[in-house]
Design a protein around this ligand. Sequence first.
Ligand code: SF4
Ligand code: SF4
Length: 198
Amino acid sequence: MQIKPTKLSLVERLYLPEIARGVAVTTGHFVRNMVLHVLHLFGVAKDRQAMVTVQYPEQRKEYTEGYRGSHRLTLKPDGSVRCTSCFLCATACPAKCIHIEAGEHPDASVEKFPLRYEIDTLQCIYCGMCVEACPCDAIRMDTYVHPRIWGYRREDFVETKQVLMERSHILETRGRDALMEDMLREYREAEALAAEGR
Ligand code: SF4
Ligand code: SF4
């Protein structure tokens, strides 16, 4: 069945009236919420709920079982990295944010391994194509943790091979909640340092 394209009215095609309408809706919500929050500070209009966003990372919504989290590099039983540096994930990545440097493995039965494996999370769009592309289940996004949300330099958001491997180690030894607890601890430490002006 052929889907007919929706016809836009003349006003919609002019765009500006629609932009003004959008700004009016946003401003209306903003003013309403600000007024209500101020009134609540003085104990007034407590029965009228003002909207709040989830105060992440201190608060989190319940994640569904299918929720994707940050990446991790899976490990072999001996704790070494499973990745064989085939570059399929980097090739499939639409954001081109996976950077791999392959090295010869000391074990002749293993062709290659990543000397360097980095994901620039500022560029990543969390599409999961890298996970789909990997032929040996070496990269997963089942950690249930959000990407890092703080940092002052670009490097703070680049996840290295060590970070990605450590996530698998923590998941296997201490479970999902530990990943979140560790992230929260790091976040609070960074916040405390920032508050001290360091
Ligand atoms: S989730 Fe998507 S954008 Fe992010 S590293 Fe994987 S393939 Fe690239
Ligand atoms: S993570 Fe998988 S797809 Fe990416 S280089 Fe390693 S083995 Fe290849």
